[in-house]
Design a protein around this ligand. Sequence first.
Ligand SMILES: [Ca+2]
Length: 294
Amino acid sequence: MDRDVEELIQALIPKVTFPDKEKAEWLNEIIAQLWPSLNCYIIKYCRGKLQTKIKKKFESFRFEELDFGNQPPKIDGIKVYNKSISKDAIIIDFEVFYDGDCDINFSMSGTQIGRIKDFQMGVEIRVILKPILYKLPIVGGMQMFFLNIPDIHFELEGITSIPGFSYFARQKIEELINKKLVFPNKITKRFSKSVDAVELKSIEAEGILRVHVFEARDLEKKDVTGKSDPYAVLNVGAQEQKTKVINRELNPQWDHYCEFIILDPEVQQLHFKLFDQDELSEDDFLGRLVSRNF
Ligand SMILES: [Ca+2]
């Protein structure tokens, strides 16, 4: 073959023929068209259930303006697992990124006290369609959950005058997401009455991760005494374990063992955070580590 023609053919063959994760622009187009309706649903949820929850702690709290903007969440990649992994189910992972132009105002006792802007969230969502039936509707049910704690960033403006509120707001948003959506918590939907609803909610773990939190060295001094009171918080999804606090120590030895249920060691993460405990203020952050592929 002529060398120039051969080079031309080589240049035309795509470099990556079977990417692991597929882009799904068609699905993003559907989400974009559904976004006004979804937006409406989220606003109703915030004004209803979420506002009621916050009112339990801050009675005069009220959402004034709720606008989740024109930017819908975007799917960056989709992966469908093959039959040898998924057995009697179809497993689909979605990489979702939301960079919203939201604008949320809230008040206490009628006075506007704060605003959330530029909410960003990156998350891996797993959808499991199971069991597969030999009659209609073919797919008997669905499970949906976040594989890991999502990365959330948002700006809170103008609430420094209320002690503890900023911390409380962040904590509540994270807690709400973790409790509802992060593995081992999940949303399930039954499509066929022949499917056992309890079984659909159950977890089929692949294994147990055992962690030995031994020690830390040369930690930052966070207290006026020139020491810190360190403890560690470990998370695999919404599963959380804590070590004890070791007072006034920069080289703590916890020698703490804990275990986590693992569904998929390829995609789940172990989050490890260190804090200095304080009696009269929020605990200080000392450091963090994320471990994958254990
Ligand atoms: Ca301390």
